[in-house]
Ligand binder design. Structure first.
Ligand code: GDP
Ligand code: CA
Length: 334
């Protein structure tokens, strides 16, 4: 079935699309979007709550995953870090007994963190550093950190031996595989953070806004915790479409199930859609439309147009089909 003529015309102009992204799901969706509408002006507002300092280096996992994925530098099999990576520095540090050994910093990846840390030490904000790194990678989208202020997601865990303590989200996920039950997930610093330069403007000027299939708690949820972002999304004239990261009651990859459980949200496309809520309703809801997988047809979210479509993105072509579907739905509700 070919797309309606008016829709194709809409896509061939430089449509402005804003995507609120985490790392893996966000990057895959963005790559699909660039495949579907190469002429679009895409702005990704990216979660920085995963950011962490290791060996004195500032690391931004979600920004780097998107930059490497769209710039052709990602290790596609692993899903993070650089392709053709080596780990000589990590092995040397281990030989000195210097940890953390669970955070696998690769040699190529280290260069990115050295440049970032050096620039930040010289006084450049993260947004300027990100733009400088993107000069090399040319991701084809404008990458905006959600904030230049420091925000770090922490997870409160309660272990029988160690007692209750808060650990960095990276330690919870990378070191413990999210196996320690999370009592609370807190984006520390978010309430005091300001949206990064250009974030609110991009949202206000967008033709389409997408919540991609990123983690609703630790990716999209942390971006939404920055004061002003949710209000800007609710006030924006553009249609707002969400894509479910949950299919048939489970995440496609990662630990969204543990995150949703800790927030008291059922692990289903319907519950995540209801968690985001309807923009048409009073309160703080965001969605005009919600894409769920065809396996979740029958999902209902009050006040939101729910559209079943195949949501898996095993390759760039299928991600492009999904992105085109999201835009078509946006056009229909816009
Ligand atoms: P992270 O920052 O690397 O954890 O990545 P994101 O937050 O951007 O994305 C993580 C989410 O992507 C997980 O909750 C997955 O369920 C979801 N995800 C991964 N691959 C797919 C896919 O092919 N389709 C859909 N719909 N979701 C996916
Ligand atoms: Ca992340």
């Amino acid at each position: 079935m070919s797309a309606p003529r008016a829709f194709v015309q809409w896509l061939t102009c430089r449509v402005r699309i804003v995507v609120l992204a985490g790392g893996y799901g966000g990057a895959r969706f963005l790559r699909g979007l660039l495949g579907a509408v190469p002429d679009a002006q895409v702005t990704a507002v990216v979660n920085t709550g995963d950011d962490v300092t290791v060996h004195g280096l500032r690391i931004c996992p979600d920004l780097d995953t998107i930059m490497y994925t769209l710039g052709g530098g990602l290790d596609e099999e692993r899903g993070w870090g650089r392709v053709a990576e080596t780990f000589a520095v990590r092995d040397e540090l281990n030989a000195y007994g210097v940890g953390p050994s669970w955070f696998g910093l690769g040699d190529r990846d280290l260069a990115t963190h050295l440049v970032r840390t050096q620039m930040m030490a010289a006084g450049y904000p993260l947004s300027a550093v990100t733009a400088a790194l993107c000069d090399r990678w040319k991701p084809g989208v404008t990458l905006l950190p959600m904030s230049d202020d420091r925000v770090e997601t922490h997870v409160t865990v309660d272990e029988p031996d160690a007692g209750r303590r808060a650990i960095h989200f990276q330690e919870w996920w990378v070191r413990y595989g999210a196996a320690l039950p999370a009592e609370a997930i807190v984006p520390v610093g978010a309430a005091q953070a300001k949206p990064g330069p250009g974030v609110l403007e991009a949202i206000a000027e967008a033709d389409v806004i997408v919540l991609p299939p990123s983690n609703p708690i630790v990716s999209v949820g942390v971006i939404l915790a920055v004061p002003g972002v949710r209000e800007a999304l609710r006030a924006a004239p553009a249609p707002l479409v969400g894509v479910s990261p949950i299919i048939s009651g489970a995440p496609v990859r990662g630990m969204a199930d543990q995150c949703l459980r800790s927030a008291g949200i059922e692990i289903s496309a319907e519950a995540v859609g209801r968690h985001y809520g309807a923009r048409s309703a009073p309160g703080d809801g965001l969605l005009d439309a919600w894409l769920v997988d065809t396996a979740d047809a029958g999902t209902e979210v009050p006040g939101v147009r729910v559209v079943p479509r195949p949501l898996l993105m095993p390759n760039p072509a299928e991600a492009a089909t999904l992105a085109a579907a999201a835009l078509e739905v946006a056009r229909a509700v816009g």
